[in-house]
Design a protein around this ligand. Structure first.
Ligand SMILES: [Zn+2]
Length: 224
């Protein structure tokens, strides 16, 4: 579902009213790609890093809008959300243009608040990458609840491979991409303006999907 973008929340007062009316679910913290023209919640154009939120009505729980917030506005929203007792959790930066993560602890997926170093399951790291890329490739769409749930489950148990996630993700990609558009094809289109966009082979997820069998004993079509 394509949702309108919030662009009229300049200043603390409007932001605070907004936070009281709406739940801002943090979906993605990433870097602006070349060719992207996205407007911050305050109405300015985004220039570098930004948060993306799915905005839900506190009264109905329905998704009503998508919102973007650059460094300044996102920091302010997070601060104000804490002050009104409805804190928004911070997200690590997902940088699709950066160098590939090291094998044992992915960029942004290796640290935990307690200072310890968590060894992420490679399956989970690929799931988080894929969900982040879904948000970038289908940025006018609210994140399907299935993917939000997978993300939260992976975040809470990063070391335990989320084996059901691959099939659920593939189903969502089929639904959103149609027969002709895989996630990789979408990324290739973005690569025209962003030649340093990382390649995401999704080796683990493909292996899991390959091992699955349809009723006629064939593996499912992969939409990664
Ligand atoms: Zn702003």
């Amino acid at each position: 579902m394509s949702l309108p973008t919030v662009t009229d929340r300049r200043g603390n007062e409007r932001k605070e009213i907004w936070l009281k009316e709406s739940e801002l679910v943090p979906i993605l913290h990433t870097r602006l790609l070349h060719g992207d023209r996205l407007t911050c919640c305050c109405g300015d154009l985004l220039t570098t890093n930004y948060y993306r939120f799915d905005v839900r009505s506190r009264s109905t729980g329905n998704s009503t809008n998508i919102a973007y917030a650059g460094d300044g506005c996102s920091a302010k929203l997070i601060e104000l959300s804490g002050q009104i007792g409805r804190p928004i959790s911070k997200l690590r930066l997902f940088d699709p243009l950066a160098a590939a993560p090291r094998a044992e602890s992915g960029r942004g997926t290796g640290e935990q608040g307690n200072g310890g170093r968590v060894i992420w399951s490679p399956v989970n790291r690929e799931l988080i990458d894929a969900i982040s890329l879904f948000c970038i490739a289908w940025r006018r769409t609210s994140l399907p609840d299935v993917l939000l749930t997978i993300r939260d489950e992976v975040e809470s148990r990063p070391t335990v491979p989320h084996l059901r996630g691959a099939a659920a993700l593939n189903t969502i990609l089929r639904k959103f991409g149609g027969d002709q558009r895989t996630l990789s094809q979408r990324l290739n289109a973005l690569r025209v303006d962003n030649p340093t966009l990382r390649h995401f082979p999704f080796v683990e997820l493909r292996r899991i999907l390959e091992a699955r069998r349809n009723d006629d004993d064939t593996p499912p079509t992969v939409y990664l």
